[in-house]
Design a protein around this ligand. Structure first.
Ligand code: NAD
Length: 498
């Protein structure tokens, strides 16, 4: 059976011990195995990154950027192969996998601007014969730990930028769908990245704990579920590391009575059921303001959910593939059972879906609940599956209160034609990323991505300008070249221009 190996110091390295199964979720069978790194293997990656750092930090940013330009070309050239690898292990449709890759490539494009991004600031004559500037220096060896749901895009949020900023990077991808992540990293080596600047170490908690505990790793970027995000943030910061840890979500859409309903329905179908609901920005709750719009929504959504085209993600032209693992499928079905038991109205039930020819695949059909209330677990918890909940409220204020009271604050959106309502919503909602008639307001690569509350631990968001701040530390340099003929007497008062 194929084993997915580590990529350390520019070479593929076989694991030395434990492995984990990687599944093809469309057929429900093991397709590969992935090596799980022990501490000794992780140390090889750390040592190679440390060795590569001095030369890499002194490589001109323009040269670093040239490698990223070549990387972008290779990613585009190999789009079909990457999309197939993603779909085979994650289960998402080919078209969705291509979309994820394209959004990842946008982060490579941003990284190509390294010489511009790293210019710093300069002031001449801040005092007599004194000039001052700020330098943005790399941190050293930094690491990223990524989730299964975007095996291409989320790693690309991290390492292209970290690397053009002059750092060496160790990536610990999800062990559930590691192949596309590894393939993409190999393309960066092919693009000319020096050995040791990027390593990919597969693994589980043992490898992650090794990264947290290593004094050589200066910063950790994490994307995944909230309990692990909180763990990595607290353990990492305790050891003096810089940490940004992005966690889970429960994203609400508010449907106002004046919304363009047909467009809102189309937007909600894609945002709730795309990628089988396995997106941290997926809409999983619609808060309807008034019963009339709620009834109309249920009527329009129901036939569309029943008509979802579901099958093996690798087939073209589908809306939804399977969930990633049997455990994920069972968890989602368990939440649907709980919703019924807790009294929500199950309008469309996806539990019994069987896909012909893929009877053992991890499929759950599109599911819709109406009359969900805030104490139900289908409302409180992140289900991470194709389950949409409708909550009915009487006013925009009540809708906003509901959202503001939720523990997560990743993304949200409002569907309305009322500019005043939209402005109030943008102003006062306690959520990090907000859409107005835009269901998945994922910021483009030159803005930054991050939620509020328990969706993000740390001060800086991911990628874009915040990513540059995260992967660099500022040094303020003040320099005087006295004129030869002059002599300056000792000055005991604090220096100023006064
Ligand atoms: P996860 O937390 O299970 O795993 C994420 C990473 O942490 C993986 O690399 C995994 O190997 C590692 N990990 C798992 N258990 C660990 C442990 N006990 N100790 C140390 N490391 C551990 O998340 P997932 O299931 O892969 O991804 C889905 C989750 O990620 C969802 O909650 C989703 O909302 C979230 N997510 C958030 C964002 C965001 O930007 N906020 C983006 C994508 C996904």
């Amino acid at each position: 059976m194929t084993i997915v190996n580590h990529l350390i110091n520019g070479e593929l390295i076989a694991g030395t011990g434990r492995t984990a199964d990687v599944f093809n979720p469309s057929i429900g069978a093991v397709s590969k195995q992935v090596a799980l790194a022990d501490r000794a293997t992780l140390q090889l990656a750390i040592d190679s990154a440390k060795a590569a750092f001095p030369a890499w930090r002194n490589t001109p940013p323009a040269k670093r950027a040239q490698i990223m330009f070549r990387f972008k070309q290779l990613l585009e050239q190999h789009e079909a192969t990457i999309a197939k690898l993603i779909s085979e292990e994650h289960g998402k449709t080919i078209e969705d996998a291509v979309g994820e890759l394209k959004r990842g490539i946008e982060n490579v494009e941003f990284a190509c601007a390294a010489p511009e991004i790293l210019k710093g600031e300069y002031s001449r004559n801040v005092g007599p014969n004194i000039d001052a500037w700020s330098d943005m220096q790399p941190l050293g060896v930094v690491a990223g730990i990524t989730p299964f749901n975007f095996p291409a895009m989320v790693p690309l949020w991290m390492y292209p930028l970290a690397i053009v900023c002059g750092n060496c990077f160790i990536l610990k991808p999800s062990e559930r769908d590691p192949s596309s992540t590894l393939y993409i990293a190999q393309l960066l080596i092919e693009a000319g990245l020096p050995k040791g600047v990027l390593s990919v170490v597969h693994g589980d908690k043992e490898a992650v704990d090794g990264l947290i505990e290593s004094p050589d790793v200066k910063a950790l970027s994490f994307v995944g579920s909230t309990p692990i995000a909180e763990y990595i943030y607290s353990e990492g910061t305790k050891r003096g590391k810089r940490v940004q840890a992005l966690g889970g979500a429960k994203n609400h859409a508010v449907l106002m009575p004046d919304a363009d309903l047909d467009n809102a329905v189309s937007a909600l179908m894609g945002a709730a059921y795309g990628s089988c609901g396995e997106r941290c920005m997926a809409i999983s709750v619609v808060v309807c303001v008034g019963d009339q719009i709620a009834d109309a929504l249920v009527e329009k959504l129901t036939p569309q959910i029943k008509a979802l085209k579901i099958g093996a993600g690798t087939q073209c032209g589908l809306d939804m593939g399977p969930l990633v693992t049997a455990a994920a499928r069972d968890k989602v079905k368990g939440y649907i059972d709980a919703g019924v038991a807790q009294g929500a109205r199950l309008v469309v039930d996806g539990r019994d879906l069987v896909v012909a020819g893929h009877e053992d695949g991890y499929f759950v059909g599109g599911t819709l609940f109406d009359k969900v209330t805030p104490e139900m677990t289908i409302y409180t918890d992140e289900i991470f599956g194709p389950v949409l909940c409708i909550v009915r409220v009487g006013s925009l204020e009540a809708a906003m209160q509901l959202i503001n009271d939720h523990e997560y604050g990743n993304g949200t959106c409002i569907f309305t034609r009322d500019g005043e309502a939209a402005r109030l919503f943008c102003d006062e909602i306690e959520v990090g990323m907000v859409g107005v008639n835009v269901p998945l307001p994922v910021p483009v690569s030159y803005h930054s991505f991050g939620g509020w509350k328990r969706s993000l631990f740390g001060d800086l968001h991911a990628y874009g300008p915040d990513g540059v701040r995260f992967y660099t530390r500022k040094k303020a340099i003040t320099q005087r070249w006295p004129q030869r003929a002059s002599h300056e007497a000792a000055q005991f008062a604090f220096p100023s221009n006064g």
